[in-house]
Design a binder for this molecule. Structure first.
Ligand SMILES: Cc1cc2nc3c(=O)[nH]c(=O)nc-3n(C[C@H](O)[C@H](O)[C@H](O)COP(=O)(O)O)c2cc1C
Length: 367
């Protein structure tokens, strides 16, 4: 499968094309919209979220309630465009030429030879991830037919941490979904909220860590035979392609470094005639292949680069030192970004699933 997204943050709409889906999937559009609403919720976000009420429109590849096998074409309107349309047409928007450290502004302006960071930030903005969430929601529906479920949790905000979830994934997910922090431990969620509030009070921003889990993944997705078929590499690339995600861990990768091999690798036993593991430090992938255990990854999100107090930078038109200009921005987007991470995991697994079990119709795939 493959997908493309297009569209700017304050343009008329976001567009997505997903190719390679089998025919005959009865897509539930409400479920796609539910995922879009989840991305917009989450503690720490800005007022833009109150303007947008994202709804997907399907523009192709879907007839009489089912996928047709043709590219699935989707659109999400930017409601905020109504407030910008005139300004774009009249060209009355000020140029932004004091780049924000940590954003795409400076490198983008230099690369594309532009004197206005607005043109860069319109596409670098994480608004684009709304379409990825729609695409991921479709992939989730394909995976659900095969019994695969995806969950995510906020396990760290700033220095406030909780233990990653190791079992009862659905139960923990239901608890975290009930909280604006998406943390599975309510007491920790309160401390996380306080950390976000403090960052906001200080005119600053804060990052965190997201755990993403896929349960009931069949053995054999991905392959050891070639570098770009390894499932771990594909998940890593997909997660690091999400804006602001700077680290990514499969299983207990970071703490495994402090253990010896015999304490890391997941012993293989036979229980009731079945191959079984007592633990899952490998995070469900060995040799680039899913091994039947839950796929467990952690993704590390840096603090948002747009900082209210303004970071030292330069005004490019005068080459004088000035503080970076503040744009309407989130204080913390970790709880919202959980949904984007789920979407990207769903995309990689659906793609790998279609490689292994692929067919032209959903009946063929499931058979
Ligand atoms: C869901 C989500 C929301 C984000 N919101 C903002 C924001 O409001 N302001 C901002 O400056 N960056 C925000 N970011 C991060 C930037 O998009 C990102 O840092 C920027 O594009 C630079 O890319 P890089 O951090 O990957 O280098 C957000 C990221 C995500 C995933």
């Amino acid at each position: 499968m493959r997908f493309l997204t297009g569209g700017e943050s304050h343009g008329p709409e976001l567009t997505g094309i997903l190719e390679g889906l089998p025919a005959g999937i009865e897509l539930d559009i409400d479920k796609i919209n539910h995922e879009l609403a989840r991305r917009q919720a989450g503690y720490g976000r800005n007022l833009r979220m109150q303007i947008e009420h994202d709804q997907v429109q399907i523009r192709g590849g879907f007839i009489y309630g089912k996928t047709t096998g043709a590219p699935l074409v989707m659109a999400i309107r930017n409601k905020d465009y109504e407030n910008w349309e005139e300004k774009w047409k009249e060209r009355t928007l000020d140029k932004l030429n004091i780049p924000r450290p940590g954003h795409a502004d400076l490198a983008g302006m230099q690369k594309y030879r532009l004197d206005d960071a607005r043109i860069i930030l319109e596409r670098a903005s994480a608004r684009e991830t709304a379409m990825r969430v729609a695409i991921g929601a479709v992939c989730k529906q394909l995976l659900a037919l095969a019994g695969v479920n995806i969950y995510s949790y906020v396990v760290q905000i700033g220095s406030v941490k909780t233990e990653p979830v190791a079992e009862m994934f659905e139960e923990a997910f239901n608890i975290s979904e009930a909280s604006q922090l998406r943390c599975p431990v309510p007491e920790t969620a309160e401390k996380m909220q306080a950390a976000i509030d403090l960052a906001k009070e200080n005119g600053d921003t804060i990052g965190g860590v997201i755990q993403v889990v896929a349960e009931s993944v069949p053995v054999g997705l991905g392959s050891h035979v070639h570098w770009d078929r390894r499932l771990d590499g594909r998940i890593g690339g997909a997660m690091l392609s999400i804006p602001a995600m700077k680290g990514m861990e499969i299983g207990d990768a970071y703490s495994n470094v402090e253990r010896t091999g015999s304490n890391v690798h997941d012993e293989i036993h036979i229980v009731d005639g079945k191959i079984s593991r007592k633990r899952n430090r490998a995070g469900g992938i060995e040799g680039g292949i899913s091994n039947g255990e839950p796929i467990v990854v952690k993704v590390y999100m840096k603090p948002i680069p747009t900082v209210t107090l303004g970071m030292p930078s330069i005004e490019l038109s005068t080459m004088k030192e000035k503080k970076a200009e503040y744009q309407r921005s989130d204080t913390c987007a970790v709880p919202s970004a959980t949904v984007v991470c789920e979407a990207m995991l769903a995309w990689v697994l659906a793609d790998a699933y279609m490689e292994k079990f692929g067919g032209d119709s959903v009946q063929e795939v499931l058979r």
